[in-house]
Structure formats: C-alpha cells, structure tokens
Design a protein around this ligand. Structure first.
Ligand SMILES: Cc1ncc(COP(=O)(O)O)c(C=O)c1O
Length: 397
C-alpha cells in the first residue's frame, strides 16, 4: 500500500504544508556515516550506549534502555514493573491507542479514565473517585468492585507535549500502592514543576517515531531509577538470553533492541532538542496570540505548573460560535494543501477496546469532536504559519 500523507516521514507534495515532519539538520549524516564506516549497524554499538546515557542524563533518571519503538517500551515497562495477566491498569482515555494495546499485550485490562477539560490530560479527580468509590482496598490490594480484578498500576499519558497533573496522580497511586508507569512518548522535554516528564513515577517510556519531537525513524526508550528493572528490561528486550554463547533461554524474551543506526540518529537529534523545544514553544505562542480572539476557537493551554513542549499544536473548534466544525475546517485546510488532523478516538469508544471499563463523563468525547491539530513542524516557516493562521481565522472560507 502506498504511504498516506498522514504517515510520519511520508513525502509531502511541494507547496503543501505538512502537519509535522522531522528536522534532520544536525550531526545525523556524520553519525550515520560512522556506523557504516565501522560496520556497527545492528543492535549493539557505541551509539546505543551513548543514546541511553544521554537520555538518562536528560531526564534525570538512573537508567535508560533503548528499544525499537514506544509501544515496545510500554509493553516491557509493564512487565518489568510487575503488571500480571488479569491485573487492571488505569489509562488515560484520550490518547493514541498504543498504551491500551500494551496493557493487553501484558495480558492485563485497561480501565479508561476521562480527560480533564483544561489541559486535556488524565483527570486526577476522576482517577481518585474511581479508586475511592469503585474499588476496594483490603490486605494491601486494590480490587475493582465490578470485576474483582486487582488494580495494579496507573498509566498517565502526557499528551500533546503537556504533562499530567502528577502531584495529584502520584498521591492517589501512593495511597493505594499502585505503580506509576508514565507514557511520556509525546512529551520529551516537558516539565511538571521542576521535574522532567519521565522522572515523575516508577518507570517511563518515550517514542522516537517520525512524528515525535526528536526521531530515530522508529525507536523508543524505557527510563527508570530502579537498577533491577532496567537490567530486566535489557534482558527481556534482547531475547532473554541466559547463556549467549550456548543459546540458553529460560523465559520468553522479545527482539526489541534499538539498532546502532537508529541510536546514531537519536544522539544527533538530542543535541538539537533544546532548540527544537524553543521553536515549538514560539510557534505555539504565535498561534495562540493569533487565534485566541477568534470566536469559537480555544487554543491549547499551558498549566501554571507545567512547561509544555507543545509537541502537537491543537485548537478546539466550537461549531456554533466558529461557524463550522473541526472536520469542515480540516477539509477546508486540505483544499489549500495544509495538513490538519483531529485527535484520537477516545479509547473507551474504540471498537477494539470496547470491552474496557470507562470512568468519567463526556470530556474526552467532546475534545475528540472539537480538537484539530495544526501544522507545527520545527521547520515551519513564518510565511507558512501565517498562511495557516490566515485560513483558520477566516472561518467562512
Ligand atoms: C501516547 C503514545 N503512546 C505510545 C506511542 C507509541 O510509540 P511508537 O509509535 O514509537 O510505538 C505513541 C505514538 O506513536 C503515542 O502517541
């Protein structure tokens, strides 16, 4: 099947303004050449170790383990944290499907917690209400009253570059001995108060997919302060070799290790991350200043306790006040060669996770109807951003 224009890394026709394309203007070529010149192209090599070290240092975590993608990172993070088959994991309802799928790979079941309306992240009040009202705490174990299953972990997803309210979420988790597994795939570089996203729970995962703030083509990272978890993650992601010479394996492992070629890209991209974040923040500030006065448009916000990286710049479109809905605006932009995109179908409404329990109201569903992400590549020119603003401001074509 041919690439669609929505695929990260797909070629964009000349003159079009893509939603988000990678920025590869640093040492990428130099480091890739080093891989080819030295024959270190596969799943071991100096760039893998270096990329892990850079990521651990950046996030402030003790350890980092590089893997093939963010979904694999989530899968293994759940396993090493001790989530077991038939456990339940409390996951943000409004997010890409990967975290819910990862919970299912581990044999566990996701329970979806609604979003809060201000910053669109997992609602800590809904989380607390679910645990206090719908679960029972006995003998150091939290059970879901309606399913009888053990609730083992909470997986807050920091969506769109903005952190969840982690003080409130961690407080609930600590009270009921829940593991905190951060899906930080969309928010590398964001901060909750003074702490980096990815260092706010027990273990965290990043993605370096083509549409993320830095990319390795495809890739992911697990970060944690717990040495044993990191060692176990490294073991499970490299086929669980007990004796690498005699090929002895006592457990089912996974072929999830990142290659040196991808890690080389990652090292080059990390050198540019601070500049990327500055650029993303300034694009967001410019969009918000231009769009906040338009009736019916609500730009994405930044909490006073947050430093967002504005990974995917998004606005809410109120159909009645704006004059058309988010999908009509998307189509109008497409006619001018501008790529925009709605947010994900909330996971409790996703046919594949239809059996999953949901706790909350209508917030995620409303955000899904109203949200539209606008072109926000690091390399977006001022002229192109102005063109986008011009179309979005002119609500009636
Ligand atoms: C919230 C979220 N979690 C997980 C992933 C999975 O990452 P990957 O595509 O690297 O598997 C993504 C994006 O791709 C994501 O947006």
């Amino acid at each position: 099947m041919a690439s669609t224009p929505f695929e990260p890394g797909a070629a964009v026709p000349a003159g079009n303004i893509p939603l988000f394309v990678p920025e590869l203007r640093g040492n990428e070529w130099k480091y890739l050449k080093e891989c080819l010149d030295t024959n270190w192209v596969s799943s071991a090599g100096p760039f893998v170790d270096r990329f892990e070290q850079i990521m651990a240092n950046y996030v402030g975590a003790g350890h980092a383990v590089a893997v093939v993608n963010g979904t694999a990172a989530l899968h293994v993070a759940l396993l090493v944290a001790g989530v077991e088959p038939d456990d339940e994991v409390l996951v943000s309802a409004l997010t890409f499907i990967a975290p819910a799928n990862a919970v299912r790979y581990a044999g566990a079941s996701p329970v979806f917690i609604d979003a809060e309306p201000e910053y669109w992240q997992m609602d800590p009040q809904k989380l607390s209400d679910f645990v206090e009202k719908e679960c029972a705490w006995a003998n150091g174990r939290l059970s879901n009253k309606s399913t009888g299953r053990r609730v083992r972990a909470v997986m807050p997803v920091h969506i769109l570059g903005h952190p969840c309210d982690m003080d409130a979420i961690v407080q609930v988790a600590r009270k009921f001995d829940l593991l905190v597994i951060e899906d930080a795939t969309e928010s590398l570089g964001a901060k909750f108060r003074d702490t980096m996203v990815g260092h706010l729970g027990d273990i965290a995962c990043f993605s370096f997919n083509g549409n993320k703030i830095i990319t390795t083509g495809g890739g992911g990272m697990i970060v944690t302060d717990k040495k044993e978890w990191a060692e176990r993650a490294r073991y499970l992601t490299t086929q669980a070799k007990d004796d690498p010479v005699e090929y002895v394996h006592r457990e089912i492992g996974y072929n999830y290790r990142l290659t040196n070629i991808q890690a080389a890209l990652g090292c080059a991209q990390m050198e540019q991350l601070p500049a990327f974040i500055e650029r993303k923040r300034s694009l967001a500030a410019h969009y918000s200043a231009a769009l906040e006065s338009v009736p019916g448009l609500t730009p994405m916000a930044e909490a006073p306790w947050a430093r967002s990286v504005f990974w995917m710049y998004t606005v809410l479109v109120n159909e009645t006040l704006y004059g058309e809905d988010s999908r009509a605006l998307m189509r109008r932009m497409a006619q001018r060669g501008m790529q925009a995109r709605p947010l994900w179908q909330p996971l409790h409404l996703s046919p594949v996770h239809a059996g999953g329990q949901f706790y909350g109201g209508e917030v995620a569903a409303r955000l899904n109807r109203q949200a539209l992400s606008l072109p926000c590549s690091v390399g977006l020119t001022e002229r192109d951003q102005q063109a986008v603003i011009g179309i979005v401001r002119s609500s009636h074509g």
